[in-house]
Ligand binder design. Structure first.
Ligand code: IPE
Ligand code: IPE
Ligand code: MG
Length: 245
């Protein structure tokens, strides 16, 4: 079945999901299986991302959040980290060039200040030049769920110290506004390929009621069919949100 037919079939049954998040894991193992350097796995992973981002757009998914580099990933060799940053630079340059064709709003979740100044500038450019597009891709770069929550608490405390806020005002809705994901609905579905079944510090706050789908495929091999399968699993779940139905 072609992409278009699959889209039609899915639309007939269910409306598109609003927000899908993906932990893009398994690049290293993909490369190892082929006797290639880990960086080759990341390059293949970047291709997989391009394919899946396009497919999400055909499906009508408004928000796609992808975990590209965690606050813990700095532990890796300089060679690997450098390779990932080079791929990121290449991707952003390309995205800036094709901005009008792709029509995607790029957002970045994470503490970008640890990235090189040229990369920070590319991120800022991509974000500001795409801000009018409706479909949004959130790249998590030097992102950690705990780091995001601590940062939000610090921002709120700062406003209290400045007399702009009262501690009693703080509730879940207000706290959410200090997160990178302010104004974005929580993901209904979070997918982790690669066979690992853990969160690894991804969207800790936002995933309170997300459905998790863990899949055995490595990220560079993950294709539209796998996304269809994850969405199909999502639709078979009974989401209760603490209620009793
Ligand atoms: C995910 O793939 C990409 C990043 C964490 C940057 P990995 O590099 O973690 O791949 P595995 O888990 O070692 O196979
Ligand atoms: C999570 O994968 C981070 C990204 C995919 C960017 P990791 O490979 O870093 O997670 P662990 O180490 O297996 O938990
Ligand atoms: Mg991994």
């Amino acid at each position: 079945m072609g992409l278009f037919q699959r889209k039609v079939q899915q639309e007939q049954e269910f409306p598109p999901l609003r927000h899908i998040a993906i932990i893009m894991d398994g690049n290293g193992r993909w490369a190892k299986k082929r006797g290639l350097p880990r960086t080759a796995g990341h390059a293949a992973g970047a291709e997989s991302f391009r394919r899946i981002a396009n497919y999400c757009r055909t499906l009508g998914v408004r928000y796609l959040t992808v975990y590209a580099f965690s606050t813990e990933n700095w532990k890796r060799s300089q060679e690997e980290v450098g390779g990932i940053m080079t791929l990121l630079r290449k991707y952003l340059e390309e995205a800036l060039r094709d901005m009008e064709k792709n029509k995607v709003h790029f957002c970045f979740f994470g503490d970008l200040s640890r990235l090189s100044p040229d990369l920070q500038e590319l991120c800022r450019d991509a974000e500001s030049r795409s801000r009018d597009y409706e479909v949004q891709v959130n790249f998590c770069l030097n992102y950690g769920g705990r780091d995001e929550i601590v940062r939000a608490a610090r921002l709120f405390a700062q406003e209290v110290a400045e007399g702009k806020r009262q501690p009693e005002e703080l509730d879940e809705a207000i706290f959410s506004q200090y997160l990178y994901s302010a104004d974005i609905p929580d993901p209904e579905l979070i997918i982790r390929p690669s066979g690992e079944e853990r969160i690894s510090n991804f969207l800790l706050w936002q995933s309170a009621y997300s459905e998790y789908v863990f899949m055995d495929v490595l990220w560079p091999d993950f294709g539209p069919k796998d996304l269809d399968e994850a969405i199909a699993q999502f639709h078979r779940r009974n989401r209760r949100f603490g209620g009793a139905k």
